[in-house]
Design a protein around this ligand. Structure first.
Ligand code: GLN
Length: 486
C-alpha cells in the first residue's frame, strides 16, 4: 500500500519506528492529488502559482500527531492562506490569524495543508454543488455528488488524497458527506471544539469536527482539537477525556435506542435494510436494542431552516465590499447613493444563488412583525426537540439511525429543487438543534456500490459512547476497509 492510503495511526507507528518521515507522507499525498484531483476536485485553487501544496511546519517526534498532514475545509481560517468559503465574495481573502483548531493541530504536530477542500458556498448545501468552483465528484461514482457541505474534505479522505481532514457541521455537513463517501465523520457536542476562526454560518449550530478513514483516527484528532478556548465564549470549560482510551471492542449491555420516526416513508428501502442489518449486528455484539420515540422529529427541517437562515443572514451582513474579499468593479452607482450602491453591487456579484436565497429567507424570518411567528416559535420548537433527546437518553445510552435517507444522488438531480435538497438533511439536523454529538460510520453498500452511513448519537459531551459503539462495530465489520476504484 502507498503511504497516502494508510490511516494516521498506522503512519504514526511507522514514523515512530523510523521507517518513514512526515515528508514521505506529504510527498505521497501530493502525488495523489496531482494524479487524481482533476477528476475529483476535492481541493480548490490547486493551480495557484507555487503548487507547493503544504506549509512546511516543523514538528518533533514527541508530539501526538507526528507530522501527519491534515486537509482543511475552506471556511476554517489559516493565517496568510486563502480562506474563501468557496464564495466569490471572499475571493483573495487571507485571514490575519489561524483558527484555534489550526493552532491546536500545529501544536500537536500535524502539518496543515495550504490548499483547502471544496465546500458548498458558506456551507449552504448538501451536495457541494453550491461551490463557486463547481462540484466535487464522488470517488465511488464520478456522476454522483459527494454530499455537503464538507464534500471536498470527505472526498479527499475517501480517495486517499488526504490522510484526514477537518470539516464543519451545522446541520449534517460532516456526517452526510462522510456517509456518501464511505468514511468516518464526527460532529462533536456544541461547545466541545472552539469555533474561533471558523467563518460563521449559524453560530448556535456550527461545530468543527474530524473526517477520517477510521474511528481511531477520529478519536485521535478530536482529542487534539477539543477543549475550552477563551477566544470562543461558547466553548465549554469541561475537561477533555482521552478519547483513544474509549476505543474498546465491547458493547455488552449498552442500550441502543432506535427511533421509529427515522424509518418512515421517504427513506430508501435499501438504505433502511442496510441500517437495520447494522443494528442487528450491534445486537449480536451484545447491545440491547430498544424502540424509542422522538416525537418532534417532523419539525426538525422547518425549524432548522428558520434558525439557520436567520443566523446566516445576520452573519453574512459583514460581507459588503469594505473589509473582506471582493469589491465590485462597477463604479457607475447612482451618485446620490454611492456607498449603498457599492454594497449592493458587491453582494449581488459576490454571493451565489443559494446564499442569496438564505439571506432573503433569514432576513424575512427576523423582520419586524414576523420575528415572533417564525424565529421565536422555531426556538421554542427547538427546545421540544432537545427535550425529546433528554427523555430518550433517560432510557438508552445512544441512538442509532441512518445518516441520510438515501445514498449519494446524481449531480444535478436536486439542485433545481431546494426543498428536495433540504430534505436530504432530515436525519442529521436534530443533533445540531439539540447540541448533542453524532458520528457517521460506513455500514454497507447499495447494489450500485454506493456507501451507506450509520449515525450514532449520544448525550451532550459523551463522545466516548460514540467512539465505543462505533469502534466495536468497525472492529467486527470491514466496510471501512473498502476503497473506491478511481
Ligand atoms: N445541508 C444543510 C444546509 O444546507 C447543512 C449544512 C451544514 O451543516 N453546513 O444547511
Amino acid at each position: 500500500m502507498e503511504l497516502n492510503e494508510l490511516t494516521a495511526h498506522e503512519l504514526i507507528e511507522r514514523i515512530k519506528r523510523e521507517e518513514i518521515t512526515s515528508q514521505d507522507i506529504v510527498d505521497s499525498i501530493r502525488n495523489r492529488i496531482k494524479k487524481l484531483d482533476s477528476k475529483i476536485k476535492a481541493y480548490v485553487r490547486l493551480s495557484e502559482p507555487s503548487l507547493s501544496v503544504l506549509s512546511p511546519i516543523s514538528y518533533q517526534l514527541s508530539v501526538p500527531l507526528m507530522g501527519i498532514p491534515i486537509s482543511i475545509k475552506d471556511n476554517i481560517c489559516t493565517k496568510g492562506y486563502n480562506t474563501e468559503c468557496c464564495s466569490k465574495i471572499l475571493r483573495g481573502f487571507k485571514p490575519p490569524y489561524n483558527a484555534t483548531v489550526i493552532e491546536r493541530l500545529i501544536k500537536a504536530g500535524a502539518r496543515v495543508l495550504e490548499i483547502k477542500n471544496n465546500m458548498d458556498e458558506f456551507a449552504f448545501g448538501s451536495s457541494t454543488e453550491n461551490s463557486c468552483f463547481g462540484p466535487t465528484r464522488n470517488p465511488w461514482d464520478l456522476e454522483r455528488v459527494v454530499g455537503g457541505s464538507s464534500g471536498g474534505s470527505a472526498a479527499a479522505v475517501a480517495a486517499d488524497e488526504a490522510i484526514a481532514a477537518l470539516g464543519s457541521d451545522t446541520g449534517g455537513s460532516i456526517r452526510q458527506p462522510a456517509s456518501f463517501c464511505g468514511v468516518v465523520g464526527l460532529k462533536p457536542t456544541y461547545g466541545r471544539v472552539s469555533r474561533y476562526g471558523l467563518i460563521a454560518f449559524a453560530s448556535s449550530l456550527d461545530q468543527i469536527g474530524p473526517i477520517t478513514k477510521d474511528v481511531r483516527d477520529c478519536a485521535l484528532i478530536l482529542k487534539e482539537i477539543a477543549g475550552y478556548d477563551p477566544l470562543d465564549s461558547t466553548s465549554a470549560n469541561i475537561s477533555v477525556p482521552d478519547y483513544v482510551q474509549s476505543l474498546v471492542n465491547d458493547i455488552k449491555g449498552i442500550r441502543i435506542g432506535v427511533p421509529d420516526e427515522y424509518f418512515v416513508e421517504g427513506i430508501d428501502n435499501r438504505v433502511k435494510d442496510i441500517v437495520l442489518e447494522a443494528i442487528d449486528k450491534l445486537k449480536q455484539l451484545g447491545a440491547e436494542v430498544h424502540k424509542i420515540n422522538l416525537p418532534h422529529t417532523n419539525y426538525a427541517v422547518p425549524v432548522y431552516y428558520i434558525i439557520a437562515t436567520a443566523e446566516a443572514s445576520s452573519n453574512l451582513a459583514r460581507f459588503d465590499g469594505v473589509q473582506y474579499g471582493l469589491r465590485t468593479e462597477n463604479r457607475e452607482q447612482r451618485i446620490e447613493n454611492r456607498l449603498i450602491g457599492m454594497y449592493k453591487d458587491t453582494r449581488n456579484e459576490g454571493f451565489g444563488q443559494e446564499a442569496k436565497r438564505r439571506i432573503i429567507l433569514g432576513t424575512f424570518a427576523l423582520s419586524y412583525g414576523y420575528y415572533d411567528a417564525y424565529y421565536l416559535r422555531a426556538q421554542k420548537v427547538r427546545t421540544l426537540i432537545k427535550q425529546d433527546f433528554d427523555q430518550a437518553f433517560n432510557a438508552v445510552d445512544c441512538i442509532v439511525t441512518p445518516t441520510s435517507p438515501t445514498a449519494a444522488f446524481k449531480i444535478g438531480e436536486r439542485i433545481k429543487d431546494p426543498l428536495k435538497m433540504y430534505l436530504s438533511d432530515i436525519f442529521t439536523i436534530s443533533a445540531n438543534l439539540a447540541g448533542i454529538p453524532a458520528i457517521s460510520i460506513p455500514c454497507g453498500f447499495t447494489e450500485e456500490g454506493l456507501p451507506v452511513g450509520l449515525q450514532i448519537m449520544a448525550k451532550h459531551f459523551n463522545e466516548e459512547m460514540l467512539f465505543r459503539v462505533a469502534y466495536t462495530y468497525e472492529q467486527n465489520t470491514d466496510w471501512h476497509l473498502r476503497k473506491p476504484n478511481v
